[in-house]
Design a protein. Structure first.
Length: 433
């Protein structure tokens, strides 16, 4: 059968139209500060290294990873990967190569020095859920390398608000639509709901964000997590956001009333509430089943809530329940991602992210699972998994070298030796203005 030229053109047009539609429905979200890469296509190689690709499989011993320009060219066993003559060689003997770490929950206020320090500690990508775009103006004047930064813009809150210098206080549904449009125009790659925004506005937020193909996450105190998940929320920030949905209904009611009257009650009140939660109650498994069904991601930020023996008894008990709940969520099939929330009482300065990885392992995850939560799972959470999050050919070369084997001992993540951002090694001694 011979097809006419016009019919062929029609078929091609339909194909291209469907392809364009598919791409529009699944765009790769981007950082606001794409880093510069190498000026040429020079090939570099990391050799004699243990490779953890972030995808969850076992480490590959004596691996070779080739990078060309800012892209991963090849990764595999030394006897299957040929290093081209003239390649720049990095010897990884005794070390492990991993994808750059991704932080789902970090806050910053025009502090390039802090961002550069985070980068040198292995975190190549961060998302700030809830700070205004103006808090990142300094990025555009940075001379030193900065991690990739994903922004959500000021969080959406209800009157009278909590941190009003960081919030947009919602006036109505039209206001929500306008704000989200403006956020996307400014480079926003997500939306953050804060805890005083009433549930009645969630539908408008979620539908509008979906129109722009960006996710919505939330910090909850007054809205129950199960209600937010049923509304379509894609991510829950902080394990404490689950508190009122897990607690005895009367305890939850008292907590909400106290927070409604005083924002600051939540700080200590969370521990009181969690210390009384019965994790064997049916409502806990019901909430977890709901989270799994709706694929709601959890960024627990355990580090910021950590309390130990020696703290107030109810605080230590409350945190133990938080830790155990994260383990239960993981076992149930909830996707857990790593977020530092900057700091914690028991975290070393600048290393809250590594402490979070330790706590995820303490909650019951294997070290390799915690690494996947810190890499590919977060890349998917950011909707940028086609570019970042694993060591695979074609992906951007954001890599870290650590001394030792973090698949055996997660504490090896404290021993960051080298960091590559977009195909270039980061100067750890670089002066940041």
């Amino acid at each position: 059968m011979v097809l006419s030229n016009s019919f062929v053109l029609l078929l091609v047009g339909c194909f291209l139209g469907l392809t364009h539609l598919a791409l529009a429905q699944n765009p790769s979200l981007l950082e606001v500060n794409p880093p510069e890469g190498p000026s040429d296509d020079q090939v570099s190689a990391v050799v004699h290294v243990r490779l953890i690709d972030g995808l969850g499989g076992p480490p590959l011993e004596n691996a070779v990873v080739l990078i060309q320009g800012n892209r991963i060219l090849q990764a595999g066993p030394a006897n299957q990967v040929t290093v081209p003559e003239g390649a720049e060689i990095t010897d990884g003997t005794g070390m492990t190569l991993l994808p750059g770490l991704i932080d789902s929950h970090l806050h910053n206020v025009n502090n390039n020095k802090a961002l550069h320090a985070i980068l040198t500690n292995g975190v190549t990508t961060v998302r700030d859920p809830g700070h205004p775009f103006r808090f990142y103006q300094s990025l555009y004047f940075a001379k030193a390398k900065m991690p990739r930064v994903y922004l959500t813009g000021a969080h959406l809150d209800g009157y009278p608000g909590v941190y009003r210098d960081q919030a947009s206080l919602i006036r109505g549904t039209d206001h929500i639509r306008t704000l989200i449009r403006d956020y996307v125009t400014e480079g926003g790659s997500g939306i953050k709901i804060y805890f005083r925004l009433p549930l009645k506005y969630y539908e408008t937020v979620l539908q509008t964000a979906d129109f722009y193909h960006i996710p919505v996450v939330a910090h909850l105190e007054l809205v129950d997590a199960d209600d937010a998940i049923r509304a379509g929320l894609q991510g829950i920030e902080h394990v404490t956001s689950y508190g009122t949905s897990l607690a005895d209904p009367e305890d939850a009611r008292e907590f909400r009333e106290a927070v409604e009257a005083d924002n600051n009650y939540r700080r200590d009140g969370r521990y009181l509430l969690w210390s009384k939660i019965d994790l064997s109650a049916d409502r806990v498994s019901e909430v977890l089943d709901l989270a799994v069904k709706h694929e709601a991601v959890l960024s627990p930020t355990l580090t910021t809530f950590e309390r130990q023996s020696g703290d107030e008894e109810y605080q230590a008990k409350g945190f133990k329940n938080m830790l155990d709940f994260v383990g239960m969520a993981h076992q149930a099939g909830v996707t857990i991602v790593t977020g530092s929330h900057n700091s914690g009482k028991y975290a070393q300065r600048g290393l809250a992210y590594q402490r979070e990885m330790e706590l995820l392992v303490a909650a019951g995850m294997t070290p390799l699972e915690a690494i996947s939560s810190s890499t590919i799972h977060n890349a998917r959470y950011f909707r940028t998994q086609d570019r970042l999050g694993s060591i695979e050919p074609g992906k951007l070369a954001d890599l870290i070298l650590v001394e030792g084997d973090p698949s055996v001992d997660i504490k090896a993540m404290y021993a960051i030796k080298k960091v590559m951002l977009n195909g270039e090694w980061v100067d750890r001694e670089e002066v940041v203005e």
